[in-house]
Design a protein around this ligand. Structure first.
Ligand SMILES: C[S@@+](CC[C@H](N)C(=O)[O-])C[C@H]1O[C@@H](n2cnc3c(N)ncnc32)[C@H](O)[C@@H]1O
Length: 249
């Protein structure tokens, strides 16, 4: 198991508190389109698709085929559309069958990242890309949650991978790093609405702190201006599958 058990309670909290609306995703849409200029015959794998939130976004944005793979039965059950059973180290797809692999807030849950990199390389066609959306150790300053819950940043840093360690794991499997960039999102139109829907079960960093630290963070949130928007930036790490030894791009 990874850092969090994605059971039915977590799945419900995730649907209620972690889905972003189309306006909030505008910058992500633009950066993904930049890195994935794919046509209608392409296939994208959403690996660790959760409740299918990003699959729905990709379907709105692109004409291509989107396949979701998700290990948690509860997350699959809560998803609006069918997802395949599998995980990053055992992807239930044929070799050379996809053009892009999308991993959104998943990498910190993967116990064997070398296996995940090798599996991603196996299913990707040469030249295909892995796009990783994540908070990375040492790069948390643009995520507002950590301003209110500073203990979560302290707890998270040794538990989450750095972008460099992910790039190294994927590099060993034949990927070259193309980009690492922060991408902003409107996590919630107002802080008041964010607090109303906040459930720590849906946020791995908030499960890494004790109850007293969580209560202190809630108090900080409730003391802040409820009308302000919650704007965060997570990182986008883009890797390209090279064609073969010696990994010529
Ligand atoms: C924070 S949720 C993100 C869900 C979705 N990608 C999103 O951004 O909306 C993390 C997801 O990773 C999944 N997960 C955990 N371990 C995994 C693994 N080894 N391989 C693939 N997915 C995994 C969990 O079941 C959960 O659905």
């Amino acid at each position: 198991m990874g850092l969090l058990d994605y059971d039915a309670r977590a799945a419900t909290a995730f649907v209620a508190g972690r889905h972003l609306d189309e306006d909030g995703l505008a910058a992500w849409r633009a950066r993904i389109r930049h890195h994935l200029p794919l046509g209608e015959r392409a296939v994208l794998l959403d690996l660790g698709a959760g409740t299918g939130h990003w699959m729905a976004a990709f379907r709105r944005w692109y004409p291509f085929t989107v396949i979701g793979v998700e290990p948690s039965p509860a997350m699959r059950e809560a998803a609006a559309e069918p997802l395949l059973t599998g995980d990053a180290a055992a992807i239930p797809l044929a070799a050379n069958s996809v053009d892009a692999v999308w991993l959104s807030t998943v990498v910190h849950h993967i116990p064997d990242r070398s296996a995940a990199a090798a599996e991603s390389r196996r299913v990707l066609r040469p030249g295909g890309r892995v796009l990783i959306r994540s908070a990375f150790a040492g790069r948390l300053e643009r995520i507002s949650l950590f301003r209110y819950f500073p203990e979560a940043a302290t707890a998270l840093d040794p538990r989450y991978p750095s972008a460099a360690s992910i790039a190294a794991d994927f590099g060993t499997a034949g990927f070259r790093t193309i980009a690492l960039e922060p991408v902003p999102q409107v996590t919630a139109p107002t802080l008041g609405g964010f607090v109303e829907h906040l459930d720590r079960v849906a946020h791995t960093p908030l499960m890494l702190i004790d109850d007293a630290a969580y209560e202190r963070g809630l108090a900080r949130l409730r003391a802040a201006d409820p009308a302000q928007p919650v704007v965060d930036a997570l990182d986008l790490l883009v890797l390209r599958a090279c064609t073969g030894p010696p990994w010529v791009a």
